[in-house]
Design a protein around this ligand. Sequence first.
Ligand SMILES: Cc1cc2nc3c(=O)[nH]c(=O)nc-3n(C[C@H](O)[C@H](O)[C@H](O)COP(=O)(O)OP(=O)(O)OC[C@H]3O[C@@H](n4cnc5c(N)ncnc54)[C@H](O)[C@@H]3O)c2cc1C
Length: 364
Amino acid sequence: MGAATAWRLAERGVSVIGVDQFAPPHPLGSTHGLTRLFRVACLEHPALAGYALAARELFRELEARTGRRILTETGGVFVGAPDSQVVAGSREAARAAGIDVEVIDADELRRRYPQQAGVLDTDVAVLDPNAGVADPEQYLSAALEAATAAGARLVTGTRVRSVDVDKDGVTVTTGAGRLRARQAVVTAGAWLDTLVPSLPLDPIRSPLTWFAPRQGEGFGIADYPVFIRQLPDSTIVWSHGAREGEDVKVGLGDIGVDHPRIRADELDRGVSPAETAELSAVVSRVLPGLDPTPSRVQPCMITRTPDGQFLLGRVGPRLVVGGGDSGHAFKHAPAIGEVLARAVLDEEQVLRTDFVDPLRFGAP
Ligand SMILES: Cc1cc2nc3c(=O)[nH]c(=O)nc-3n(C[C@H](O)[C@H](O)[C@H](O)COP(=O)(O)OP(=O)(O)OC[C@H]3O[C@@H](n4cnc5c(N)ncnc54)[C@H](O)[C@@H]3O)c2cc1C
């Protein structure tokens, strides 16, 4: 969110300094691990289709400017009972956005995607041709390159200790000294509430997990599209094809699932087999072509809000925030940067922002 905001502001000629405690891209926050699902028919909220379409254009612009490959469109398959959150939500999002999606029955699903086991006769699948896989590290590098090319200054390896607002501007106190600015945009991911307290945020741990195909075929990025499947017990499982030399990433949905709140600075970066036991059991049942013992696990974090939607916009005359990613913000990142840049400059928004207003739960 911060990289895109720096880019969109610098592009408009605004004087920008971006500060990060690490050196992005890095594996210590929420934006790492080689792949993220990109979808346009976003079941989390019908208005997010507009964000995804705007983000896709900006991803393509970054690719053209930097020569980096960010987004690979593979199509997406959203499976479950017709009235399940995954199927009904994706269809509703597609309808609201005017996107054409195909709906296929269980037999056709089994025929086209034999990697999926245990499909019920009553299951259906929604096919979104716009879905795909986006690369977080390539995106971050491209956005930061575009930001610096447009004049932004980046200060990395420097922790922000506080952001103090007064009537004339903000003082950002870092480990390396103080910065003075007219406004601050705080996009600190799982650390956001340490800099802007009282926002309704719940950071949780959510590891990235990869599984090796048993046969080495059928799970390449070209033959295995982005999948989200809701099982009869409501468990949501997602996966997508592996890039050359990588294994298949699989995960469980976090919506409605209880997770202990964490402090980002104290994230346990170890990995225990117990933590991945539930995911391994699901992989055995629904993706028997994969070895259910993870080949790799990498810690990551999600920052939840009470309604599962982001917090994007102005919280005070000198302060804009971007956060509360709720586990689905990466695909929208450059569009989020554009929304935050418009918020800083009090420009009219093109995308709908009422459902992401950071003040919708009250003032921080
Ligand atoms: C397992 C998993 C799977 C996911 N899958 C998807 C997916 O398929 N599709 C999708 O769209 N999204 C997905 N997401 C969500 C997505 O990855 C996040 O929404 C997104 O990466 C959040 O970006 P961010 O900019 O908010 O946070 P971050 O990338 O963490 O950025 C915050 C930055 O702020 C810096 N920072 C924090 N505090 C300070 C400080 N005091 N001083 C200086 N710097 C500071 C941090 O170092 C960090 O670089 C997934 C997330 C997880 C965990």
